[in-house]
Design a protein around this ligand. Sequence first.
Ligand code: PMP
Length: 286
Amino acid sequence: MDIKDNNYIWLDGKILAKTAANISPLTHGLHYGTGAFEGIRIYNGRIFKLKEHIDRLFLSAKILMMAINFSIAEVMEACQQIAIENKVSDGYIRPLIFLGDENIAIGAENKVHLMIACWKRSSPYLKTLMEKKALSLKISSFIKPAAESFLYSTKASGLYVLNHIAKKQATSKGYDDALMLDYRRFIAEATTSNFFMVKANKLYTPIAECCLNGITRQVIIEIAKANDIEVIEKYITPAELGEADEAFLTGTVAEINAISSIAEYKYANNPVSQLLYDRFYQLTQS
Ligand code: PMP
């Protein structure tokens, strides 16, 4: 990710140089993660699933009891504007809402700020999915809590501390990412992407209870169904990973990323993943 390509940001209705943002060190969001964000791709000058992402940002805001001072249409327009301002036609857009610095107390009624950044990130089409590095995953020792306390339908900033540490733990042991289990020890998701596996040409993915119901996840399920691939959403145990023929992750950044191994299980041959990858790519360019 070339975050240094981001020169301008949109902050509370104004476009300014990133260096002029002047955010206080006493920002509530900085101390407690009281905020929420989105990650959005722009392909060929077209923002992919923009409405779905901004709707999810507003849903996060509602659940976090943070009123955004702009309409959905205004935020969508601001995303377009900031991509143009940074001259990005293939890249990543990062909207973030966060509580301001008026009061440091937990439960404070601070101003809700909205920032949008954008930077270049290309996604060249690869003939075979295997040309993109397949990932080795560690099953994390950190587990995902019950849905009552973890706000899974949001992308709340504070939730990402757990994912951050799970990923750091995995990479420090030589893996590419962590696959996290939920509190019942079913597969939940990776640190910034959803999990899928293929068994006997059928697609399996965890029920979206203790994971984000990712926008890419939903797109992949639709593509699979449209291509007569049966999709089974179920509780998946770690032992079932050994029965899979293929496994991959999905997400805005990952798009579709093949998995080469999870703990002792290895995956190589991936015709179903390849088909989904090809169709997904066509969709991003259409
Ligand atoms: N799970 C987590 C924890 C994530 O952060 C993301 C990235 N937003 C995803 C799954 C994939 O979601 P999406 O396809 O909407 O990017």
